[in-house]
Ligand binder design. Sequence first.
Ligand SMILES: [Zn+2]
Length: 440
Amino acid sequence: MNILISDGRITEITSKKITSYDHKINGMGKFLTPGLMDSHAHVSSIPGMGFGVEPVAIKHPKLVKAYFEQQPRSFLYHGVTQILDPNPGVSFNYFTSASLRPDYFRCEVLTSKNTFPYVEKRDDLSRSMFTYLIDENAQATEENSVERLIAKIAHSGASCIKLYFEDGYGNANQWATLSTNTLKRIKLSAKKSNLLIVAHANALDMQQLALGAGVDVIAHGMWNWGQYNREKNIPKEISNTLDIMINDEVGYMPTQRVIAGLGEVMLPTITNSPEFSSITPKSLIDWYRTTEAQWFKEELRIGFDGMPDQSISDAFLYGRIGKGNKIIQYLRGSNHPILLASDFPGSPSFANQPGLTTYQEMKAMITAGLSPEEVLAAATINNSKQFKIDDDYGTVEVGKIANLLLLKANPLDSIESWNSIETIILHGKPIARESLVVNK
Ligand SMILES: [Zn+2]
């Protein structure tokens, strides 16, 4: 077929010869796909450092600058042409002001001073990244009420609200969650303002709470439940919860790379990964090898009570990944659309790098049992439909924005084909993949 692109959109798809054009790309023998969408990526968060306003990042302005300059190019390098950022923090203008970058959509975080993630931040600097802090007791007309803040979020141009359902990591439960009444008010106001609700929740009880609150998307895999047993089916209590998710058509983001990122950061060889060298500034890779950069590993070690690094790594890479895989398999069995959502970088782990993490999340979907066709859907049309942008994105179709990829190998033959991108087409403009490699 021949495809005509004008003013950044696909205007014609035909088997006939197109005779009038300014520029031609020869795709003979190659594979044209829609550009990929990662619906859970944090562009303000620096792998190994945390959000750009946090203490470690503040100490290294040069590294931060080098990272932010390369980051949008690294996403494009791996074919990511649309991003949804559920928690943009305050430094996303680094991203949106780049001349070459994926199209950017964002949620804004709605939280309170009594709940996660605010309660976890220990210094004013880290706390300053929360712009929309609700006072649960405020009346609808008051400044920090649910209603006033949601109207503000809608006015800021955001597509969604991010809520956190987290009472403690793993099996801990030391933090309060938003009250049932507050959640009702949020749901009502969000609907009025046409904002979707994306929920951070990864434990069974927290996902149940989120589903009860009528959220639109669960932003994490369900990792925290019982003991992993490869042979056994998931417990009834979990499949009942997943059935609610399926019936209510709530989107599911597996975010398997969060867990993989925690497991891989404990491996001493991770900074030698050849995949980093094309997308991560060398100065930052060098920093990852310093003692200072091991701060997050130290935190994980404390959490695991002095267990050897290899065992900590295995705990993540085997048990929790295994549980996440079982959930994906159950949802797949009911034809529930899975969303490509990596939660890059997922934690301050430097094992996750921009774009690469999205590609690895796609590979993780194959490991979990999805077919290459299902991964293609997860990465394109499923995300577009979920976030109601399928008029513009998600398929190669007349009328849609020309965010496309030209691959050398067929992505329906092998997941590795997604690493054979030759050209990224962004709003009709062709970009050679090689030109996006980081400057050494
Ligand atoms: Zn996230």
